[in-house]
Design a protein around this ligand. Structure first.
Ligand SMILES: Cc1cc2nc3c(=O)[nH]c(=O)nc-3n(C[C@H](O)[C@H](O)[C@H](O)COP(=O)(O)OP(=O)(O)OC[C@H]3O[C@@H](n4cnc5c(N)ncnc54)[C@H](O)[C@@H]3O)c2cc1C
Length: 502
């Protein structure tokens, strides 16, 4: 059958998801004669949070041909080497989940295998002391990788903290230059084709009717097309991740200009701190069954490091995912596709994964079902693996209080049970292809939350205790020496990408 090309893509929504889609599609589809339109409503506005990212954001920026320093200046961004999880296991406990590699294999034995063996005998330092990213983050330092063979300075891996509204504005400029047309207006109704229930058009409050072949729902939690019009259904994961509300507020920065995100456990939920060039983003994620809104609001406001710059924004959500993220001729991207709380900063990542998967399975107007099914399976898989990763934070804790006792008793998803069982025998992580978190992230998670295996990887026997110890000492020494050569985060920004004064 002949290909019947998509002629018009209509994106509804101009938050981070909408403008990331518009920017990426305007570039990826530039050789096709396909019109891209975006509709957004200033009256409704955007959610205005979503400021901490993970390393694939750097590839996303590169794939658009954007100059990273230019984006950093214009979005008041800063650098991120990982996330510190403070007080999660018990008050006073802290570990960093750093990006990038930790340690080095020695004589073909994986680093974690021989680290764990020495750890069990009490002879290894904490895992993070073998990661340059973690050590630099603890010292509020940052630099980009440099070309220095056999040095951890060569593999520095980082992400960004950025202002969500400024990111949207930046990508809007990018997309409009590349031919995306923007319409300001509120969608009033969605018309479905009688024959097959596909979306035919949307009508704005102005009366304008916009037709399209492919619709991308970026309307946030509303899910105006995917749910409002197509009634796709939502899988609720609250029984695994019970937090359902948040307050978000920006404040002046008076504390350190750190190069990591802070996620600190609280009596009911947790609080984030995201340092940007011009302010600090803060938020408190909580469970309304265990704390009321006034107490949550007061808890956040009483723990800010500087003057609040506006009133806190209340947010409500249901953790889970849309049963089908691609339904008929509508693809949901962003919060309309599902929500996982921002504990590991995965929201924006799931947006560009959605976009990349869409480009990789781009349809024609025949919308082959096998293509759609494959896309949905892949998105579901990626959401579920991120969910499992988050669940460990809540369930592996000794914290006191009704909320944390409730969390400890959560029945784990089968996929997570299996992973923990596999880890429990030899301390090995078994990871499927296309999962977001690399093996090392799982190692940090399990080690940080004190999930202890009963033994270590038998391959660690390939090193004598002396050889293993020597390798560990060399690596931690090298990491510590490299860290001394890294500038302070604030100095690196001042030298390379400071935003103009406001
Ligand atoms: C508390 C919290 C903290 C978060 N923190 C992080 C984080 O640190 N890192 C991270 O990666 N992600 C984070 N996220 C997720 C992140 O905020 C979102 O993934 C991201 O902002 C994308 O949002 P969106 O574009 O899907 O929705 P929105 O920003 O809500 O945009 C929706 C758009 O749809 C438009 N719209 C809606 N209805 C209509 C209509 N009828 N007609 C026309 N237009 C309409 C709106 O005007 C708006 O433009 C967080 C989310 C929450 C809730």
């Amino acid at each position: 059958m002949a290909i019947d090309p998509i002629r018009t893509i209509v994106i509804i929504g101009g938050g981070s998801a909408g403008w990331m889609c518009a920017a990426a599609l305007s570039r990826s589809l530039r050789n096709l004669s396909c019109r891209i339109r975006l509709v957004e409503s200033a009256e409704i506005g955007t959610i205005g949070v979503g400021e901490s990212t993970i390393p694939p954001i750097i590839s996303f920026i590169k794939s658009l041909g954007i100059d990273e320093n230019d984006l950093i200046r214009k979005t008041q961004a800063s650098f991120k080497l990982g996330i510190e999880f403070k007080d999660w296991v018990r008050p006073g406990h802290s570990y960093i989940h750093p990006f990038g590699p930790t340690g080095l294999p020695t004589k073909n034995v994986e680093f974690y295998a021989y680290w764990r063996k020495r750890h069990e005998s009490g002879d290894a330092r904490p895992l993070e002391e073998y990661s340059l990213q973690a050590v630099a983050a603890r010292q509020a330092k940052f630099m980009r990788p440099i070309d220095l063979a056999k040095s951890p300075l060569q593999t520095i891996t980082y992400a960004l903290h950025l202002d969500a509204s400024l990111l949207g504005a930046y990508l809007r400029g990018y997309a409009e230059v590349r031919g995306v047309t923007r319409t300001e207006g509120k969608v009033r109704s969605v018309a479905l084709r009688a024959a097959d229930g596909f979306i035919a058009s949307v009508t704005l409050e102005s009366g304008e009717c916009i037709e399209g072949d492919l619709f991308i729902d970026c309307t946030g939690f509303r899910g105006l097309l995917i749910e409002g019009a197509l009634k796709t259904g939502y899988e609720d994961w609250t029984h695994w991740l019970p937090c359902d509300r948040a307050f978000a507020v920006a404040c002046e920065r008076t504390g350190p200009f750190s190069s990591h995100t802070l996620a600190a456990a609280r009596d009911v939920g947790w609080q984030w701190r995201i340092p940007l060039q011009h302010r600090v983003g803060n938020g408190y994620v909580y469970c309304s069954r265990f704390i009321d809104d006034t107490a949550a609001h007061d808890m956040l406001m009483s723990s800010l490091e500087g003057r609040a710059l506006r009133d806190p924004l209340p947010l409500r959500f249901t953790t889970g995912r849309r049963r089908l993220v691609w339904n008929k001729n509508c693809v949901a991207i962003g919060l309309s596709a599902g929500f996982l709380e921002p504990l590991e900063s995965t929201g924006i990542h799931l947006i560009y994964r959605g976009i990349a998967l869409l480009v990789g399975s781009f349809p024609d107007r025949n919308f082959r079902q096998a293509n759609i099914d494959r896309f949905n399976r892949q998105v579901a898989f990626e959401f579920e693996r991120v969910r499992d990763y988050l669940v460990v934070h809540y369930t592996r804790t000794e914290r006191e209080g009704e909320f944390w006792r409730h969390c400890r008793n959560i029945e784990l998803p089968e996929s997570l049970k299996e992973r923990i069982e596999l880890f429990s025998s030899y301390g090995r992580i078994v990871r499927d292809e296309n999962e977001l978190f690399p093996v090392q992230s799982w190692q940090y998670l399990f080690t940080g939350h004190e999930v202890e295996p009963s033994g270590y990887d038998p391959l660690a026997e390939g090193l004598t205790p002396e050889e293993a110890q020597q390798a560990l000492d060399e690596i931690s020494g090298l990491v510590a020496r490299c860290a001394t050569t890294i500038p302070l985060h604030q100095d690196f920004i001042a030298q390379h990408c400071a935003a103009p004064a406001e």
